[in-house]
Ligand binder design. Structure first.
Ligand code: ADP
Ligand code: MG
Length: 499
């Protein structure tokens, strides 16, 4: 690590916000937990407590669900026009845009990511997402269905798309605001009401968003935000008998717990889970574009991205060249605290996450993998880990099979394209994949063979509110974004009338 440059300090608005003890949003009011308990959220760049936050558990979730139910059944939201709903979502986007810098700073402080990354990625993507779904509110429609019965003209039948009801949304810590927005926006467009549980590591931007939600005029109880731990608040929300649908983003392990918890009332479930995505470099790829692309595919956001290109398959003829290039990129990444203007990579989100990543590095080396540099902790304050490229791996190693969720890529050579497809698909996950080639035919043929919810060609981690995102296999159920996301927040009602 080069010598640190002077860090920019947070604006006074941000300092004041984090100095407050954070409350939870239930029925339009900011309240303490029923138990009176609070929990800390940390600044991962220093390991110090950033804020104390009301610790929601079952009792608070019960109150929030009650408020969401009342808002859904009888509140002003239940009779509001779609146009009004769309207008409110748009206003929320405007409010977020007005406060963009504050949100970027809060996100960087709570999650650790470089401030410039939050400014360029998390916040504008969140604003776009609200605007995209604001437009959908007025475009949710059913069909008229000609019935294939023996007496044509005897029946008139049509479908309605109605909001699914009260929705529980449980989100992760890697893109705290953006993940909240991905979930909130289609639910609001569809007319649902919501109980949102942010990740315990990073509750601040979701709570601050709650203030904007009330300011722009969403009726009480439409969005309730209950911070707390997964095993208590999260589990209570997933199991709640009066929640119609639960949407979850997080680990595959917890995703399976969510499904189990949902069984009691058979609530609808959508899941966006882990990945171990193959990023495939063919021999004819444009190497100058591929090397930075493959490095960014894994190292973006400290490698804490569910779609990270963590298995880098490279055709043998160019293996050394590409691997050396990616390793050099890793070496040149400036790992610094997020407020340092020169930071390319911040700390990992938590001490636990840092130990998880370091543990995988150790295990990989023990099993015979070789690190081309990096993979160790930097300093003894904060949770900084130097990015690493692993070679000499085999398909049975944990570092090749399991999601590390950190700045570690395994580079794997291949020569036979058919074998490559088998190897690339040899994973319990199927979230995303990348292909680097100059041959358009090869690119689309390979895209069709990869079992993944998203395939990027000559690019990686490109997200857009209009483009559905989600997983095959154990990477999840359903899709985020695009009109596909809306379908998870609506029920279809068939109406059939005799004429
Ligand atoms: P990680 O292990 O990387 O923190 P998780 O999948 O545990 O990822 O966390 C994602 C989200 O799921 C967080 O909001 C967390 O609080 C929540 N969560 C964790 N365990 C449970 C659970 N048993 N039931 C419901 N939610 C949970
Ligand atoms: Mg935190």
């Amino acid at each position: 690590m080069a010598t640190a440059t002077a860090a920019v300090t947070p604006d006074s608005k941000v300092t004041q916000y984090v100095a407050k003890q954070q409350k939870m949003l239930i029925n339009g009011k900011w309240v303490d937990a029923q138990s009176g308990k609070t929990f800390p959220t940390y600044n991962p760049a220093t390991g110090e407590v950033l804020s104390r936050v009301a610790e929601g558990d079952k009792a608070d979730i019960d109150l929030a669900v009650k408020a969401a139910r009342a808002a859904f059944e009888t509140g002003p939201w239940s009779t509001m026009s779609a146009s009004e709903r769309g207008k409110l979502i748009w206003r929320l986007a405007d409010a977020l845009e007005k406060n963009a810098e504050e949100f970027a700073q809060l996100e960087s402080l709570d999650n650790g990511k470089p401030l410039k990354v939050a400014r360029a990625g998390d916040i504008p993507l969140s604003i776009d997402n609200f605007r995209y779904f604001a437009g959908w509110a007025t475009k949710i429609e059913g069909n008229t269905i000609p019935l294939g019965l023996r007496q044509p003209g005897k029946f008139f039948a049509y479908t309605l798309r109605e909001p699914v009801g009260v929705v529980g949304q449980i989100i992760p810590w890697n893109f705290p605001l953006l993940m909240a927005v991905w979930k909130l926006s289609p639910a609001l467009a569809a007319g649902c009401t919501i109980v949102l549980k942010p990740a315990e590591q990073t509750p601040l931007t979701a709570l601050r968003l709650g203030e904007l939600i009330t300011e722009v005029g969403f009726p009480d109880g439409v969005v309730n935000i209950v911070p707390g731990y997964g095993e208590t608040a999260g589990a209570a929300l997933a199991a709640h008998p009066d929640v119609d649908k639960v949407a979850f983003t997080g680990s595959t392990e917890v995703g399976k717990l969510i499904i189990k918890a949902s069984v009691g009332n058979l609530k609808k479930v959508s899941l966006e889970l882990g990945g171990k995505s193959p990023n495939v470099v063919l021999g004819d790829a444009d190497i100058d574009a591929t090397i930075p692309g493959a490095a960014a595919a894994i190292f973006y956001n400290q490698g804490q991205v569910c779609s990270a290109g963590s298995r880098l398959f490279i055709e043998k003829s160019i293996f050394d060249k590409v691997v050396d290039g990616v390793a050099q990129k890793a070496e040149s990444i400036r790992v610094r605290q997020g407020f340092d203007p020169e930071s390319d990579m911040g700390p990992l989100v938590s001490e636990e996450q840092m130990h998880r990543v370091l543990g995988y590095m150790e295990e990989g080396k023990k099993e015979g993998a070789k690190s081309l540099g990096g993979g160790e902790r930097i300093g003894d304050k904060g949770y900084f880990v130097k990015p690493s490229v692993l070679v000499n791996t085999n398909p049975n190693m944990k570092v090749v099979k399991e999601e590390i969720f950190g700045p570690v890529v395994t580079a794997i050579p291949f020569s036979d394209p058919n074998e490559l497809v088998t190897q690339a698909n040899d994973s319990m996950y199927g979230l995303a994949a990348g292909i680097w080639t100059r041959d358009i035919k090869k690119a689309h043929a390979l895209a069709a063979k990869l079992r993944a919810g998203t395939v990027w060609i000559n690019c990686y981690n490109v997200f857009d509110a209009a483009l559905p995102f989600g997983g095959y296999k154990q990477s999840g159920w359903g899709r985020e974004m695009g009109h596909e996301a809306l379908e998870h927040y609506t029920e279809v009602k068939s109406v059939c009338a005799a004429l």
